[in-house]
Design a protein around this ligand. Structure first.
Ligand code: NAD
Length: 336
């Protein structure tokens, strides 16, 4: 593992770039390659110094395009880990096909190439594939998949492809399903950075419905550290939940952001998103039994450092000025 060669797909996005940073720091001998299509959510700036000093090799590639990805596979790898995906649930209401292409076709291509080149494959998935959890539900890896949004359905479809590769080809693959991640370098259209931005601008905060939807929040560096443990002892043909247990309503998160930024924006309840799941809850005991305790910083301290990071790095909000981000914001929030 120490000097492994790892291909990170989607390594210019939020979790992918944090993973590359943690990997580069904790495994100085590892050879790291990133393939990313640089969609509206992907930025080479997220890897900055690591690309400048050639610590990381970068390929501009769409994972859904077999020929382009095949060239990347000619370098040999010990592991392929896939973070590349269309990830914004709200966007999946408008353009389902881009989600199917990246999240389903893309994973199919990666599975085929990993078979062809005989490389283990780790797919990063989400708690959203299980669908909404009641107050007493606790979904293990065996639970049925009942996705609500087109985003979650495309991720569930990818999980099923991975599982079929195990049964059909005995392929050396694994899946990790995680809860909401937060931390530095998230595309600022997502809840936490977006609301920090609105609070700085003194603009109203659009809260879906009653704001009482509950989510479990895991700091991205805690998730990436858990992934490092997992890839050091690759769990072939297994699925692992890696979820936070710190559960907060959206309103509680927003109240913390108001307090931490000192902003004075009014809370503006807007129509809820269709099929907006009220709650997710996954059981991570299988991961803990095999890999040990899951380090989870408390959301309050994690949010404090996260808010500080965004206030110290205001250029990230310029990404909201891109054409795709602007047209999404206009059509989604200003036509409610
Ligand atoms: N962020 C979360 O809270 C969270 C929670 C659970 C699971 N996940 C999963 O983790 C993974 C990473 O999420 P994220 O929040 O970092 O996403 P992100 O949107 O910030 O980044 C996605 C990255 O993938 C790239 N990409 C998109 N389509 C591509 C394609 N066809 N080919 C190559 N690259 C492509 C983008 O350019 C970007 O760099 C996703 O698979 C997501 O489903 C995220």
């Amino acid at each position: 593992m120490a000097d492994s060669s790892i291909l990170v797909c989607g390594g210019c996005g939020f979790i992918g770039s944090n993973f590359v940073r943690v990997l580069a720091e904790q495994r100085p001998q590892a050879r790291i390659t990133v393939a990313d299509a640089l969609s509206y959510a992907g930025y080479t700036d997220n890897l900055g110094d690591l690309l400048d000093n050639r610590r990381v090799v970068f390929f501009l590639r769409n994972i859904a395009e077999y020929e382009g990805m095949r060239e990347v596979f000619h370098n040999s790898y010990d592991l392929v880990i896939n973070f590349a995906a269309e990830t914004h649930v709200d966007r999946s209401l408008y353009n389902t096909s881009s989600f199917v292409r990246a999240n389903v076709v893309g994973v199919d291509v990666l599975l085929a190439l990993c078979r062809e080149f005989n490389v283990p494959f780790l797919q990063i998935s989400t708690d959203e594939v299980y669908g909404p959890a009641g107050e007493k539900d606790c979904f293990t890896e065996e639970a049925q998949l009942k996705p609500s949004s087109p985003y979650a359905a495309s991720k569930a479809a990818a999980d099923l492809l991975v599982q079929s590769a195990i049964r059909t080809f005995g392929q050396d693959v694994a899946i990790v399903r995680t809860t909401n991640n937060y931390g530095p370098r998230q595309f600022p259209e997502k809840l936490i950075p977006y609301f920090i931005h609105l609070l700085q601008q003194g603009q109203p905060l659009p809260v879906y419905g009653d704001g009482l939807q509950k989510r479990c929040w895991l700091h991205v560096e805690d998730f990436c550290s858990a992934l490092l443990k997992l890839i050091a002892d690759f769990p072939s043909r297994e699925i692992f939940n890696i979820g936070a247990t710190s559960e907060y309503t959206n309103l509680e998160v927003i109240e913390s952001l108001i307090r931490l930024t000192g902003g004075r924006s009014p809370v503006n309840h807007v129509a809820d998103r269709p099929a907006h799941d009220r709650r997710y809850w996954i059981d991570s005991s299988k991961f803990i039994a095999r890999y040990g305790a899951l380090t989870q910083r408390d959301l309050r301290s994690g949010l404090e450092s996260t808010v500080k990071w965004y206030l110290d790095n205001p250029r990230i909000f310029e990404r909201l000025g891109g054409n795709e981000a602007q047209s999404f914001e206009q059509s989604h929030y200003h036509h409610q």
